[in-house]
Design a protein around this ligand. Structure first.
Ligand code: GCV
Length: 674
């Protein structure tokens, strides 16, 4: 097999007497034999219980009998009973112990599958099974992964090998596809976009005969684990595939072309959820070319997909990437909002606008995107990135769930209550049913799937968080550690320390106070303070001899005022703006006193020294786990920590040297600055 099973490794033995006492599975579901999700739940339980607890579970199909037919303490031993119960929410489950037996009840087979994986987690964590009483319903309907995989096998912003969906312009369906689906479903993912949003070349042809049979095969594997397949679309497909001379959304010819294409594609792929579109962004085609709006473009596709229940996910990552750095008025941060807010309420019900968590691009710190809570009449979905494009590229450890928690908890003030980002993407704020969260995926065909072994915590964590956003980042981290590496206390505490220190450490030794972007252009790894400063990308820090930061207040680009009150007033006022976002919103003298009591320049020096110390401490703690983690994993991680230590020093020294040279202000602690 080669690759690893991560948190579904059933070869790891557990000490769970109650699991040992279970000897059969009782399925009380009509036509269960025809239901692949139920069959997979049974298979998963049998393999997990045998591998981890040594219990061989036999299957009893007991359709039609009532729940009382399964007696506790039956001579045959105890059972796990799977049953449907009416009146529960879609995908919800109730997992509970009853006199030594275990019951998973749900309203549908996805719920049974999620309850199954939850039970397996409980066994892995060696929790008591008899006292289980877990009633869970996913908070948001869409829990999605976006793969930026290209059909030649490369992955845009991929840091863990090549694609396992595509190779040499062909689609791969093999055992790994199934294991991917199992891993994703086990944490509650129910939708996957298989190809990069930058749709070019062969990927444009995914919606044609050339690939449809194979896409269907892939989608069927997904379907057996409750996952809907989505594809990214090339907006100019009518021209590239259909030889039309335009892709104008209001042209009858173009609309016709899409209607026919959707009929074919949905007809051939019953498990197709719909499409994701990046239009008029970074060189991708879109409705702007024809003087049309995003609503015109999205609605045209939505109308064509509607007869098949298809969803169109339209990205709001739209900005001018040909900016002049001399221009202080144009602000990339404003562009998503400015492009979409005027069309609020104009999109069809089967369109969802997908909004990146911040207005720039997945920096280590950004304010929450003002469209979240700005839009009130449009379906919205939050896009985060677990691929660590700007946060260490899965070579540095950076556990991102604490950041996602902060974003979800942000109050937008779109209403008096239930106004957080979590409320919005769960559909509570505006009563929407097409909403949720998507993450740009961090997987590839490396044996450990995610390059850095601990980056798997971000994949696991994203799934768990989108299913149960009220879980804390700590709870998720602890769970991931125990289901992956077992229940040794030292392992748990050390890995907890590493995960929870990692985002603050990364922020400390990289870009200060919300400014972002001081990375090497193009590959986005490593420091280059002026790398993007005189470029066309709209990503500037505006540092001079006196100060640093972008003036986005009412005197500058006005971006701060795009938020609802009181957020707008807080961000607009440098006295009130939170330290960690100060340079995002304001141009500030180096000598300015932060709320922490330090000057800006001293904060820059201190945080960079502290960030390196934090990484040294992390690496030292990690070394104590030698012999306690699987050998291969330990060696891989040790190599990454070594690189992170060295690289954090490079960041520290380049940033500190840059600002010392720019400002001429010495470090009050007299440390070495070059
Ligand atoms: C897929 C950033 C990345 C691009 C990415 C783009 C996007 O600009 O660097 O690689 O393209 O975001 O989200 O569309």
């Amino acid at each position: 097999m080669g690759y690893e099973q991560l948190w579904l490794d059933y070869t790891r033995k557990v000490s769970c007497k109650e699991a040992e006492g279970i000897s059969y599975i009782c399925v009380k579901i009509q036509d269960a034999k025809q239901d692949a999700l139920i069959a997979n739940s049974v298979k998963e339980l049998q393999e997990a219980f045998l591998g981890m607890a040594g219990s061989r579970l036999t299957l009893r199909q007991e359709c039609g009998q009532d729940a009382g037919a399964v007696q506790a303490g039956n001579a045959d031993g105890h059972s796990i009973c799977l049953a449907f119960r009416e009146g529960m929410k879609a995908e919800a489950y109730h997992l509970f112990g009853e006199k030594g037996d275990i019951v998973i009840e749900a309203s549908d087979s996805r719920g049974i599958l999620y309850g199954t994986f939850d039970l397996i987690r409980q066994v892995q964590m060696e929790n008591s099974l008899h006292t289980l009483d877990r009633f869970k319903a996913p908070a948001m309907p869409m829990r999605m992964l976006n793969h930026w995989d290209n059909m030649d096998g490369s992955i845009e912003r991929g840091y863990s090998g090549e694609s396992f969906f595509f190779e040499k312009n062909e689609i791969i369906v093999n055992d790994r596809t199934r294991d991917y689906a199992r891993l994703a479903a086990s944490v509650g993912i129910n939708a996957v976009v298989i190809n990069n949003v930058n749709v070019k070349d062969a990927a444009t042809w995914l919606i044609t005969d050339r690939y449809l049979d194979k896409v269907r095969e892939l989608s069927e594997v997904f379907a057996e684990y409750g996952i809907r397949l989505y594809m990214s679309l090339n907006y100019a497909a009518p021209m590239e595939l259909g030889q039309l001379d335009s892709a104008d959304p209001l042209s009858d010819e173009v609309r016709d072309w899409w209607h026919k294409r959707m009929e074919t594609v949905f007809g051939r792929i019953p498990n197709l959820g719909g499409f994701l579109i990046k239009a008029d962004s970074e060189g991708r085609p879109g409705p702007f070319t024809y003087g049309r709006t995003h609503a015109d473009g999205a609605n045209m596709l939505a109308d064509a997909a509607a007869p098949y229940g298809g969803i169109i996910i339209w990205r709001c990552f739209v900005y001018n990437c040909m900016q002049d750095w001399r221009d202080y008025r144009t602000d990339r941060a404003r562009s998503g909002y400015d492009n979409f807010i005027g069309q609020d309420g104009m999109f069809r019900d089967n369109v969802i606008l997908q909004i990146k968590n911040g207005p720039m691009d997945f920096q280590v710190r950004e304010p929450v995107h003002p469209l979240l809570g700005g839009l009130t009449k449009t379906n919205q979905m939050l896009e985060v990135q677990i691929a660590q494009e700007y946060t260490g590229q899965q070579r540095h450890l950076c556990y991102l769930i604490p950041m996602f928690k902060q974003i979800l908890q942000f109050r937008t003030y779109a209403r008096e209550e239930e106004d957080t980002v979590m409320d919005i993407v769960s559909g509570r704020t505006f009563g929407q049913h097409n909403c949720g969260m998507a993450a740009v995926a961090n997987t590839g065909n490396d044996d450990n799937w995610t390059g850095h072994d601990m980056a798997a915590a971000n994949w696991y964590g994203f799934g768990r968080l989108s299913f149960e956003p009220e879980l804390s980042a700590e709870e998720i981290a602890r769970e991931w550690i125990r289901v992956t590496y077992g229940n040794d206390e030292q392992v748990e505490e050390t890995l907890m320390f590493l995960l929870m220190s990692s985002w603050p450490a990364y922020e400390s030794y990289t870009s200060p106070l919300g400014i972002g972007w001081m990375v090497t252009p193009d590959n986005h790894y490593g420091p280059s303070v002026d790398g993007y400063e005189y470029s066309r990308w709209g990503t500037y820090h505006r540092a001079d001899h006196w100060g640093i930061g972008v003036d986005r207040s009412h005197e500058g680009t006005g971006y701060a005022l795009l938020y609802r009150e009181p957020n707008a007033s807080v961000y607009d006022d440098r006295e009130k703006c939170p330290d960690e976002l100060l340079l995002f919103f304001h141009h500030i003298p180096y000598t300015w006193k932060l709320r922490s009591g330090k000057t800006v320049i001293q904060h820059i020096y201190d945080s960079h020294f502290e960030g390196v110390e934090a990484v040294d401490e992390m690496a030292e703690q990690f070394e104590k786990l030698q012999g306690k983690l699987p050998d291969k994993a330990y060696r891989r991680m040790a190599g990454r920590f070594m690189e992170q230590k060295e690289h954090a020093r490079e960041w520290r020294d380049q940033i500190n040297a840059y600002f010392y040279r720019k400002s001429g202000i010495i470090d009050e602690k007299g440390r070495k600055i070059y």
